[in-house]
Design a protein around this ligand. Structure first.
Ligand code: UDP
Ligand code: MG
Length: 323
């Protein structure tokens, strides 16, 4: 089969309410661009009808391919699997929930044709998300920029166009906890922002509950900065300094004044405070060590159960790199 010019990677987890509309909007945009294309849906172990609905598209539309995971692996592994299996020269990554408008593809493609390798969507506004999500997101993107030397553009998700060379470079990075937007920045090349307004979900609920948001943020921080580990040094130094000054004060009070030195409350306060700090830093180290452990176990980022659609012969799993 001829290689398409464009590939679109769409991760989907329990998206039965939107996936039909997503397919329609994507197809309209891609047809409008007038070039060959493929839509690669990655079904991340959905428990609803997502897989059946997409398999239905495959049956009637030769531009559609479906990668079925063996279970739920997560948003980043789903995008990784898509990127590992593209055939196009330029790759669009877009969520299944239509928060990011596919109508921006032509503008991204125009940037690509001008010679940029990455055209990433930058959110100038987010609609229909909770104030909590907006505030934490805003804080997070600025915080992580300060922590790392990699140029991570703020207010940018996975919605973007990437050149095949960038896609291959990212695919070759072997790490398991994949903060993909960070990896794409890390590999370099010529990158440009395309601004857009992030919409409300077309239907369905967010698949990122608070717990997943936290582990996602930790993946990003641990993968791109050691600075949190230096917190121990800084805090330790600071606390030693303060304690030393306090000690001098106590000695002075004991020998040169009649003041009584208070006992129990101060002691308990100091012990609990320092214990809290020590435990916090141990926990922080644990986050890094756990991820080191995951890396050396070297389990794959995802497992593909089957690939449906397009030229089925090309889809033999033994041909594919296992990441
Ligand atoms: N997603 C996924 N696996 C997961 C969670 C999410 O493939 O375990 C997909 C989901 O279907 C959607 C995209 O990742 O296409 C982003 O998820 P969502 O819209 O729920 O996140 P939010 O936009 O609320 O941050
Ligand atoms: Mg969303």
């Amino acid at each position: 089969m001829d290689m398409p010019l464009y590939s679109v990677v769409i991760p989907a987890y329990n998206e039965e309410e939107v996936i039909g509309e997503t397919y329609k909007r994507l197809t309209a945009v891609m047809q409008g661009m007038g070039e060959t294309y493929e839509l690669i849906f990655v079904n991340d172990g959905s428990r609803d009808k997502t897989a059946e609905i997409i398999a239905g598209f495959c049956a009637t539309d030769s531009n559609v391919r479906l990668i079925n995971f063996s279970r739920n692996f997560g948003h980043m592994p789903a995008i990784t699997a898509g990127m590992d299996n593209v055939r196009g020269q330029a790759i669009f990554v877009i969520d299944a929930d239509l928060q990011d408008p596919p109508e921006l593809f032509p503008e991204m493609a125009a940037r690509w044709k001008e010679g940029y390798h990455v055209a990433y969507g930058k959110r100038v506004k987010r609609k229909g998300e909770s104030w909590f999500k907006k505030i934490t997101a805003k804080f997070f993107y600025r915080f992580i920029r300060r922590l790392t030397t990699v140029d991570l553009p703020p207010d940018t998700g996975e919605f973007r166009l990437i050149d095949r060379r960038v896609c291959d470079a990212v695919s070759r990075l072997p790490e398991k906890h994949r903060y993909i937007r960070g990896l794409v920045s890390w590999v370099g090349f010529k990158q440009v922002a395309v601004e857009y307004v992030r919409e409300e979900r077309f239907a369905g609920k967010t698949k990122y509950p608070f717990r997943k948001m936290v582990s996602f943020a930790l993946d990003a921080v641990t993968a791109f900065s050691y600075k949190p580990l230096k917190l121990a040094t800084t805090l330790g130094f600071f606390i030693s300094l303060v304690s030393f000054i306090y000690l001098v004060v106590i000695v002075y009070q004991r020998f040169f004044t009649d003041m009584l030195i208070s006992g129990w409350a101060t002691t308990v306060g100091v012990v609990l405070f320092s214990q809290g700090i020590v435990l916090m830093i141990l926990g922080l180290m644990g986050e890094y060590i756990g991820r080191i452990y995951d890396e050396i176990k070297n389990r794959p980022t995802y497992i593909i159960m089957e690939i449906v659609g397009q030229n089925e012969d090309d889809n033999r799993l033994d041909n594919r790199p296992v990441n």
